[in-house]
Design a protein around this ligand. Structure first.
Ligand code: NAG
Ligand code: NAG
Ligand code: NAG
Ligand code: NAG
Ligand code: NAG
Ligand code: NAG
Ligand code: NAG
Ligand code: NAG
Length: 858
């Protein structure tokens, strides 16, 4: 039956113009359709002033003027201040008895007639079997005594018209606990606003209510923290005479107790029956009382109160009652004391995280939204109706770090201090603020295990998570202590905050162990330095601080990545976001720990290589510019590989060397024998063919190093040097020393013996010469003496010391056959500490080829 007929209620569009003509006041009024504008002269008004409609001959003047037609009408008052004499009523009818009305929003929308007292009247009518319903948006309405007025000068009154006559339901102000009023089928809502008060628009909604239940039903929502609310029976003051029912429904917040008090009760002079008070409580109990009895007190839950009046004798008292409902906290508080005087720098915070909860906390008897117990104090706390799971306890401990130079080098362990056990709140977060007063660096290490940085590809899944931040608010990252972690140490310049939060546990106060060890060291240039040891068990990720957000402007970070012996590291830049720099450039640089080492670096305007192989420990330095736009963030993946060790090839290589020794011994013997036969013959020479070295048994080199051949190049032209990079990928700063994949090159220095005095195996061709470059590097000098054509060359200890560059082979001087410079692929043997890098050398050439050639030469 609630049809969809929406009756537009438009009150305000009343156009009006004013002209002041001497003692006259002229306005133009156009009532909205459906509204009637009425000017009424205040009775007993001394001032002689009339209101006139229209102008000219048709003008009619009176003490009252009704304007119903929706057309502009000239209205004149023959006094200058008509607002002192006249009031304006703007009346509208909302009739839902013939057509079914759904909800109608009523906006009194007029700032006109400001110089008059205004009354907006809405006359409501529904079928006589129903109630009309008024819904007030939050905050609702508050009932006042009819003699009072509202603080905002917007006073509402509600009247119902019954057969017995009009009944005043009450006088109301905005901002109260009443959310809905239902009254019998016919009534009027009035809003009075005095002159010179701007109308503050406030809507209410009109709809057809339920079947007749009572003369009036008032719905009330009692909020928390409101001491008491008052309600008045209809016709309060003058008395209610007819046999009617009135009902109040109260919604009470959980954990609140209510008490009902009847004040100023005037009993009616009942003809028969008597006044009855009925209660229905939330727990479904219901009972009746006499208005003079004690009403319910200290109860919980929603309830409704029904007051049934008797038929009172006219001329004597009617019913008049003031109902006072008080609400208050129902629970009993929990008290505890927190004493922080013995824990230096420790402060506590307790917050209620459930906005719905009725929890009330207080600190030293003062109610608080959030409890803060400052460091070094003692406080009495109380909690009222606070479920422990709604509360969050966070603690902060400020530690002043000693300066790096102080003798206290033992470092501090970060452990959670024992909190007062009477404080039952689970510890949700613990923060250490490490304050560095002298310039210095905070060194963080894990006391038991190593650290792991949580990145999307490899997240922490520990009991707790550690957030390490610089105290300017930027985070370095989220870490956890893990057995398979890879971060040995994190060094941070300046003040640091470390926040531990539970991940798989609930309460941090159960964590008794040490989370991190803190030590101080002298100030570093970077903002952060990580010392990391990748492990072969899986890749590790190096994320710039604040990942996936960018590095702070102009800040820098270094990773010291250690690569163990016989291992290599593959470094991939898996996710790089680059800014547009305002000043300076970003830089990513890779350099061996050896300060002599080769640096590869890239700026934001260059394309990064995908993969870099490192065979020795190295620095990865990343620094940001002052970005104009965008941000600089680098995520790199580090994978450690054990270099493949082929035992078979080592054995074969050793066998080859032994074989070679035997052959050479034979050759030597032969030569000696032949010399003995032909002592003047001096034609010995060795022919070392260009080309691949031959290894006995077709053995491969025992290390994968053979693949990158970095040690093979006797001289490296640019295309070889930068073979790993497309032209535009060239490192920004490349010194001209030979390198390949960033590890050392065993530079080969051909024999360039003194050319002035003796003809020698000099070859000035640049192809084989690295003269003047990298001379301090793993120099290898060739040698000429046949007995020396094999050798176990050691990097950094050139054998040339025996056969210095002044070495001359007497045989060579006389010999036209200068074949010794053809040593295209010389493979020096590295003898590393554990000898496992033993490699056969060019002895293999002599092994297979030299002998026949040699024989021939001889
Ligand atoms: C206003 O007009 C009425 C009737 O026309 C007249 O009685 C009254 O004296 C006038 N008042 C003034 C102040 O002019
Ligand atoms: C306007 O309202 C005030 C109180 O709100 C009253 O004192 C005054 O007499 C009224 N003026 C007229 C003309 O009704
Ligand atoms: C509503 O009333 C409460 C007290 O009853 C008051 O604290 C609050 O300021 C009022 N709000 C408005 C908008 O008037
Ligand atoms: C309601 O009753 C309580 C208790 O007697 C009283 O403190 C309070 O002032 C009363 N409220 C009103 C609005 O009268
Ligand atoms: C609030 O009401 C409950 C239930 O009626 C009662 O147990 C409790 O004691 C009351 N609280 C106070 C403070 O009286
Ligand atoms: C660390 O914080 C303290 C106090 O907040 C401040 O005085 C000091 O300068 C900060 N140290 C650094 C290196 O920023
Ligand atoms: C790079 O990291 C960001 C932030 O975590 C992520 O949204 C994006 O998908 C990543 N891109 C690649 C290619 O992994
Ligand atoms: C990288 O950082 C380390 C440690 O501070 C420093 O020694 C090295 O010189 C830096 N390398 C480059 C290329 O800036």
């Amino acid at each position: 039956m609630m049809g969809s007929c929406v009756v537009p209620v438009l009150i305000g569009l009343v156009l009006l113009q004013m002209h002041k003509i001497s003692e006259c006041h002229k306005i133009e009024v156009t009532p909205d359709s459906g509204t009637i504008v009425v000017f009424t002269k205040k009775p007993d008004q001394d001032l002689d002033c009339d209101v006139c409609k229209d102008e000219g001959p048709s003008q009619s003047c009176n003490s009252k003027l009704d304007l119903a037609e929706a057309r502009p009408t000239i209205v004149t008052f023959n006094c200058s201040q008509p607002g002192d004499v006249f009031t304006v009523e703007i009346n509208q009818k909302i009739d839902c008895s013939a057509t079914a009305c759904s909800i109608i929003a009523v906006h009194p929308d007029s700032t006109r007639f400001l110089e008059f007292n205004r009354t907006f009247n809405w006359d409501l009518k529904v079928q006589s079997s129903h109630m009309f319903q008024l819904d007030f948006p939050a905050p609702g309405m508050r009932q006042i005594k009819p003699s009072e007025s509202c603080p905002d000068k917007h006073t509402y009154t509600i009247i119902t018209y019954q057969r017995s006559g009009p009944n005043s339901i009450g006088t109301f102000c905005r901002n109260g606990t009443i959310s809905r009023i239902q009254a019998l089928f016919k009534g009027r809502v009035s809003l009075e606003v005095p002159k010179d008060t701007a109308l503050n628009p406030s809507d209410f909604k009109v709809s057809i209510g339920p079947d007749t239940e009572a003369l009036v039903v008032v719905d009330v929502k009692l909020p928390r923290g409101l001491p008491s609310v008052e309600f008045f029976t209809p016709n309060y003051g003058t008395g209610h005479y007819s046999e009617d029912k009135m009902k109040w429904n109260f919604a009470v917040e959980p954990m609140q107790n209510f008490t009902v008090l009847f004040q100023h009760y005037t009993p009616p002079a009942c003809q028969k029956e008597k006044v009855l008070v009925g209660y229905a409580l939330g727990d479904k109990t219901s009972f009746t009382t006499d208005p003079k009895d004690i009403q319910p007190f200290n109860k919980q839950g929603d309830f409704s109160l029904t007051l049934t009046n008797c038929e009172a004798k006219k001329g004597s008292n009617g019913l008049s009652l003031n109902i006072n409902v008080t609400v208050f906290r129902g629970g009993t508080p929990y008290f505890c004391t927190v004493d922080l005087r013995n824990e230096e720098g420790l402060s506590l915070q307790i917050e209620n995280k459930n906005p719905e909860s009725s929890c009330e906390m207080s600190l030293n008897s003062v109610a608080q939204e959030k409890i803060v117990v400052p460091a070094g104090t003692k406080a009495d706390l109380s909690f009222l109706d606070c479920p422990v799971q709604d509360l969050q306890l966070t603690a902060t401990k400020t530690i002043d770090c000693p300066s790096a130079s102080s003798r206290d080098t033992s470092g501090t362990s970060l452990t959670i201090p024992t909190l007062d056990p009477s404080l039952h709140v689970p510890l949700h977060q613990f923060t250490w603020l490490l304050r560095v007063l002298d310039p210095g660096t905070v060194d963080l290490t894990s006391p038991i295990k190593v650290l792991h940085q949580s990145v999307p590809d490899k997240e922490c899944n520990d009991r707790v998570s550690l957030l390490i931040s610089e105290t300017d608010g930027s985070n370095i990252g989220q870490f956890c202590s893990l057995a398979e972690g890879t971060i040995q140490k994190i060094q941070i310049k300046g003040n640091v905050s470390i926040t531990v939060t539970p991940k798989t546990i609930k309460d941090l106060s159960q964590e008794k162990g040490s989370f991190l060890k803190v030590a101080m060291s002298p100030e570093i240039n970077e903002n952060v330095i990580y010392t990391v040891s990748p492990s072969v068990s899986g890749p590790m990720y190096l994320a710039t601080p604040n990942w996936p957000d960018g590095l702070n402007p102009s800040s820098s970070v270094t990773w010291i990545v250690s690569v163990p012996q016989e291992h290599k590291v593959e470094l991939q830049f898996t996710n790089v976001s680059k800014p547009v720099c305002d000043s300076g450039h970003t830089e990513v640089a890779i350099s061996p720990l050896d300060p002599q080492g080769q640096t590869q670096s890239w700026r934001e305007d260059q394309i990064f290589v995908n993969t870099v192989i490192q065979q020795q420990s190295f620095f990865l330095n990343v620094s940001n510019c002052e970005p104009k736009s965008g941000s600089f963030a680098v995520l790199s993946k580090v994978t450690l590989y054990k270099e493949a060790k082929n035992f078979l090839s080592i054995i074969l290589a050793v066998v080859g060397v032994l074989l070679l020794l035997v052959i050479i011994a034979l050759i030597v013997v032969c030569v000696i024998l032949k010399r003995k036969k032909k002592p003047m013959t001096n034609r010995s020479s060795i022919f070392l063919p260009r080309g691949k070295p031959f290894l006995p048994g077709n053995a491969t080199f025992p290390k994968s190093r053979a693949d990158n051949e970095s040690h093979v190049y006797a001289s490296i032209d640019d295309s070889t040097m930068y073979g790993n990079f497309a032209d535009k990928n060239q490192p920004a700063e490349v010194d001209n020393r030979p390198w390949s994949n960033g590890h050392q090159v065993d530079a080969y220095h051909p024999f360039t013996g003194p050319s002035d005095s003796t003809p020698s195996a000099k070859d000035s061709s640049a192809e084989y010469s690295m003269d003047g470059r990298g001379g301090d590097r793993d120099a290898y000098q060739p040698f000429l003496s046949p007995p020396n054509t094999f050798n176990l060359a050691r990097p950094r200890s050139p054998l040339v010391s025996q056969g210095s560059i002044r070495f001359e082979d007497r045989r060579m001087i006389d010999n036209e056959l200068h074949t010794f410079k053809s040593f295209g692929d010389i493979n020096p043997i590295r003898l590393s500490a554990d000898e496992s890098r033993l490699q056969p050398q060019m002895g293999s050439d002599t092994d297979s080829n030299t002998e026949p050639e040699y024989e021939e030469a001889i």
